[in-house]
Ligand binder design. Structure first.
Ligand SMILES: N[C@@H](CCC(=O)N[C@@H](CS)C(=O)NCC(=O)O)C(=O)O
Length: 376
């Protein structure tokens, strides 16, 4: 017995259907389900909304009872079915492991000696998993013995579930020409995070972004509660931490700062390129050649360092695709598009061109190629 829609972002893995659930054909349709819904602060409509929540127990079928007690799920069930379900549910961001059977399958050796210790150490398993005790009436005494559960775990659980619910309404104020916006869009696509795109024109001094971001720049990410995040570096940080799918920023400090240095370099080339572009749009007699030359020289120095650091490597940092590659791709893709200072990076930095071709094999890059705004 299971309920799941391909867009679900929360997965609830319980034990196995009990007799009442088996008879009604609805998972968690029993007093345990009522307690679980209270823990999650969700009503029945929200709980059974398969577009948002998938419910797949460790054992899919009713295993029967012996002397009134439900039998445990057969151990072969989860390894057989869960990988298939997970492959069909690419958007799951948080998996609630309700009871020890779900924890055995998903956490394996990462479990502590007792269920209570595992649950109490819940922060260790986030953002991917959150272990919970089984909310059955038999566990009432457990809950009384462990008051920290209501104090520490439930508020964290409710916060996460609420955040998942509201995430659908995130809105990215964007421009299809902006390379920084592209960086955020590639991250959204790689991490399979849904987000509405609102195209805005940031040219006029009085533009609609100002109301959310005093800097009046795109990208700006507006959350459900109206809070706004900027700039692109802060937004990608937020998005990467929100979902465990395709981690793009490493946890370990040295790796993380190495990836972020790549990003700073790629963004720095763009900052200089934009200045060159803005300068070229001024009246001819007002343009400063020295100023533009300084920016172009800066771009060349940075491109040279990037080409050198990439030499002989499959990816910018270590052996995996990361935000460093995304930042580099968005940088050189934009140079192609706007050609500030006529920098011929294809010829001069062949390694970067080759890397961009490789990135353009990814749908996230193909779908976000910069486009000029439509003339009004
Ligand atoms: N550091 C910012 C740069 C954002 C930025 O400069 N965006 C440009 C579009 S590519 C913009 O909004 N420009 C409007 C303006 O400068 O008035 C980021 O990473 O998000």
């Amino acid at each position: 017995m299971f309920r799941a829609g391909a867009t679900a972002r929360l997965l609830i893995v319980g034990q196995a259907p009990g007799r009442r659930v088996h008879e009604t054909g609805i998972p968690w349709n029993d007093p345990s389900g009522d307690v679980l819904r209270e823990w999650l602060a969700l009503d029945r409509a929200a709980f059974y909304d398969t577009k948002r929540i998938a419910i797949i127990p460790a054992g899919l079928c009713y295993p029967g009872t012996v002397e009134g007690a439900d039998l445990p799920p057969p151990p072969r069930c989860a390894p057989l079915w869960h990988p298939r379900f997970r492959a069909a549910l690419p958007r799951i961001e948080l998996t609630l492991l309700v009871g020890s059977y779900a924890q055995i399958y998903y956490l394996g050796d990462r479990r502590k000696k007792t269920l209570a210790e595992t649950v109490r150490a819940f922060r260790e398993y986030l953002p991917e998993f959150l272990p919970l005790p089984h909310p059955s009436w038999r566990n009432k005494a457990w809950l009384a013995r462990n008051p920290w559960f209501a104090r520490e775990v439930l508020p964290a659980l409710r916060r996460r579930v609420k955040a998942l619910k509201s995430r659908a309404h995130m809105k990215l104020l964007a421009s299809l020409a902006s390379p920084y916006t592209r960086k955020v869009r590639v991250v959204l696509a790689e991490k399979k995070i849904e987000c509405e795109l609102e195209l805005v024109d940031v040219q006029p001094a009085d533009n609609p972004v100002n109301a959310y971001n005093p800097l009046g720049k795109v990208p700006t990410l507006v959350l459900d509660d109206g809070a706004a995040l900027y700039d692109s570096r802060v937004i990608v940080d937020f998005l990467d931490a929100r979902s465990p799918i395709s981690r793009l920023i490493p946890d370990e400090t040295r790796d993380r700062v190495a990836v972020r240095r790549w990003e700073a370099l790629a963004d720095g080339v763009l900052d200089a390129g934009l200045l060159v572009r803005y300068e070229s749009q001024r009246d001819k007699k007002e343009r400063s050649k020295d100023w533009s030359d300084k920016q172009v020289a800066r771009m060349h120095r940075a491109l040279e360092v990037m080409a050198r650091d990439l030499e002989g490597k499959p990816w910018c940092h270590n052996d995996r695709y990361s935000l460093a590659d995304i930042a580099l791709g968005c940088c050189v893709g934009w140079l192609d598009f706007r050609k500030p200072g006529e920098v011929d990076w294809h010829a001069q930095y062949a390694g970067l061109a080759q890397h961009y071709r490789k990135l353009m094999e990814r749908p996230a890059f193909v779908d976000t190629v910069p486009q000029a705004p439509k003339p009004k």
